[in-house]
Unconditional design. Structure first.
Length: 379
């Protein structure tokens, strides 16, 4: 594998910004908690959005214009993988997440989330196909959010698999449709739980409610673009974009309402107040574990469970688009107790982050010439 590397020289002391006050942005106030170096695995990716590891360590990477790429033996193959769905590529829309089914080794099934439709009517959709190492086959769209919208933003799109064989898919509020996040007859601003074929599980929290869509798992979200299913603790975590301020890290519970737009720590992009309410619990909504003011624009999230950085085990790593960095959220007993900002010197928008089978951290940079970066200890 040919890589370009550079080294960040740091000490072993932790530099953690306090998480207690919601109006404090994370800052790297001192030396980082581990010495690491950053390697370039691949470049030349056009706005890469998501990364998934194949058995053996090869990678699938989505490009927002609609291409699925294969990194094999450390090299980006020239030709995109055939068999992807037609996507609506505009603004934040396009080809989004790639995720391997839990039984991928036996079935070859992969899932893709994407923006389907066109400028006047589009929605987040879920696509399922089989990958044979070269192409996708048997592809079908198994689920599409309702209603459609005429904006090209706030798609959500993250996929996670639960231990019972169902999957979660995150949805955004469509930006101009934020009130939909407080309606159970709309998928906008929700996280849905689906069977592998796209049908709604019979034990979803709103099954049987004639005024609710049966796929909804949680609601009151703005635009969820980070999702982690922690099998060890049987917990689901997600983060979502706020407007100007008010990004959130949430513990996701079935049936819970997370308050958007009734309660938020952010304001509108014009500076106008969205809501007079900032305290979720006072208003009867699920409270975030962490809020960011000003916004970092979180994107992608991984729970570190590798061996290369033992001091980081159990912590979350979150990409930051506006913050142009990688955030480590120090977790203890299910609570965020501190935060550290990494890769700030790169000045790159971080779109996705994953833990590789080798225990390294892999991140995608959000750019026309996007890269896959690998973070390893600096021996």
């Amino acid at each position: 594998m040919t890589m370009r590397t550079w080294t960040i020289t740091v000490s072993a002391a932790a530099a953690l910004a306090a998480c207690g006050a919601p109006d404090e942005a994370a800052e790297e106030t001192g030396p980082a908690s581990a010495a690491y170096r950053v390697e370039t695995v691949a470049e030349g990716l056009e706005y890469p959005w998501s990364l998934a590891f194949l058995p053996g360590g090869d990678m699938l990477v989505t490009e927002k214009p609609g291409r699925l790429r294969l990194i094999m033996d450390g090299a980006l193959r020239d030709e995109p993988i055939a068999g992807t769905p037609d996507v609506f590529y505009e603004s934040q829309g396009g080809l989004l997440e790639v995720a391997l089914a839990p039984d991928y080794a036996d079935t070859g099934v992969v899932y893709l989330s994407y923006a389907a439709g066109g400028p006047d009517a589009n929605a987040t959709a879920l696509y399922r196909a089989r990958f044979d190492g070269e192409t996708l086959s048997g592809g079908e769209t198994v689920w599409t959010a309702e209603p459609t919208k005429d904006t090209a933003v706030h798609y959500g799109g993250k996929i996670g698999f639960l231990a019972d064989g169902t999957l979660l898919l995150t949805l955004g509020d469509g930006f101009e449709y934020r009130e939909e996040a407080q309606r159970l007859d709309s998928h906008l601003g929700t996280i849905v739980r689906l069977n592998p074929d796209g049908t709604a599980p019979a034990d979803n929290p709103f099954t049987g409610d004639p005024n609710a869509l049966p796929e909804i798992w949680s609601w009151g979200h703005r635009n969820v673009q980070g999702l982690v299913v922690d099998d060890a603790s049987d917990r689901v975590w997600a983060h979502e974009h706020g407007p100007r301020g008010g990004d959130e890290l949430n513990l996701i519970e079935a049936g819970a309402n997370y308050g958007w737009p009734v309660v938020t720590a952010g304001v509108d992009y014009s500076g106008a107040r969205i809501s007079p309410f900032e305290d979720h619990e006072e208003q009867g909504y699920a409270a975030p574990e962490r809020e960011w003011v000003p916004s970092i624009a979180p994107s992608g999230m991984a729970l570190y469970d590798g061996e290369l950085f033992p001091d980081w085990r159990g912590d979350f790593f979150i990409g930051a688009l506006a913050g142009r960095a990688l955030h480590r959220v120090d977790m203890e007993n299910g609570a965020a107790v501190g935060e550290e900002v990494l890769l700030g010197d790169l000045g790159e928008r971080i779109r996705d982050v994953r833990v590789g089978p080798d225990g390294a951290l892999y991140v995608l940079t959000d750019a026309e010439n996007g890269r896959v970066l690998r973070i390893v200890p600096d021996a």
